[in-house]
Write a protein that binds this ligand. Structure first.
Ligand code: AMP
Length: 280
């Protein structure tokens, strides 16, 4: 497995593979790798001859009060895992290599960001879209693989490649969960044992909402109430940031939740922010 921190060296490797007629799949990550990332890498290996995993905690997608500093980092373990999972190259640039002091060009998606995490994390998707386009320009992948756990992120990246004619195919992978249903996330490591015990209530609540809407369509308010009740029952640890019911294509809010509606939520458990979603 090759390791690259330098942008020109990564680009040279990618171009060499392309010259040989090999295809490249990119899996962008922020490290602290887990089974969710492993699923993305497995998918990437099926998609292309060479797999590049990028590991970069992107400073510009974190707000000033968010967990950029506290975000878990473990480069040594990440490299071991990437090797074990059959990654061909890890691209882990320094922030100063990615962003010049006077960096002043950003990619802004202006519609999909109006709901869900975009509402509570202003600037987040601008940071995501900017770093994703930069990674595409450096790694020149044929395909890039993302997780549906970050449903809105996938939607924004799909819109980015469509609207800016970026020649990269976007593949989305279903959310990988712990046995008790909790969506696997690098942030789970920051939960205390008590918080970890109650965290599966997010998935339990989403499933209860799905059951509720299976028999007949329900109002968004009824769905929100069902979810809130299940999460509140877990005690004062958690604060609901949002529960939204939207069209999965446009991310526009819908009043009636029926088959095909996306239910997404963000909940703060202690000081750890967790997100999850499902399509009814
Ligand atoms: P992150 O390192 O958290 O930025 O995530 C990197 C990629 O892995 C993103 O495309 C995420 O959506 C995806 N991902 C994170 N957790 C999971 C999971 N539990 N299941 C599937 N994909 C995931």
């Amino acid at each position: 497995m090759r390791n690259f921190a330098s942008i020109p060296a990564m680009r040279r490797q990618a171009q060499a593979w392309r010259t040989e007629g090999l295809t490249i799949a990119l899996v962008p990550t922020m490290g602290a790798l887990h089974e969710g990332h492993a699923a993305l890498i497995r998918t990437a290996r099926r998609q292309a001859d060479k797999v590049v995993a990028s590991i970069f905690v992107n400073p510009i997608q974190f707000g000033p009060d968010e967990d950029f500093v506290r975000y878990p980092r473990d480069m040594k373990t990440d490299r071991h895992l990437c090797r074990a999972w059959g990654v061909d190259a890890v691209f882990a640039p320094a922030a100063r290599a990615m962003y010049a002091n006077d960096h002043s060009v950003f990619v802004e998606e202006t519609a999909l960001r109006r709901t869900l995490c975009g509402r509570t994390r202003p600037g987040h998707f601008r940071g995501v879209a900017t770093v994703v386009l930069k990674l595409f320009n450096i790694v020149a992948p044929h395909t890039a693989v993302f997780g549906q756990k970050d449903f809105q992120q996938v939607a924004v990246v799909q819109r980015l490649v469509r609207d800016l004619n970026v020649p990269v195919a976007i593949v989305a992978v279903p959310t990988v969960r712990e046995k008790d249903g909790l969506a696997i996330s690098s942030r789970n490591a920051r939960l205390t044992s008590e918080q970890r015990r109650i965290a599966p209530c997010l998935w339990a609540a989403l499933q209860a909402a799905r059951r509720l809407c299976r028999a007949k369509p329900r109002s968004s308010a009824a769905v929100g109430k069902t979810i809130r009740k299940i999460i509140r029952a877990q005690g004062a640890y958690s604060a609901v940031e949002y529960i939204e019911t939207v069209c999965p294509r446009t991310l526009h809010p819908v009043q009636t939740v029926k088959q095909g509606t996306l239910i997404a939520l963000a909940v703060q458990i202690g000081d750890v922010r967790l997100i999850d979603n499902l399509v009814v």
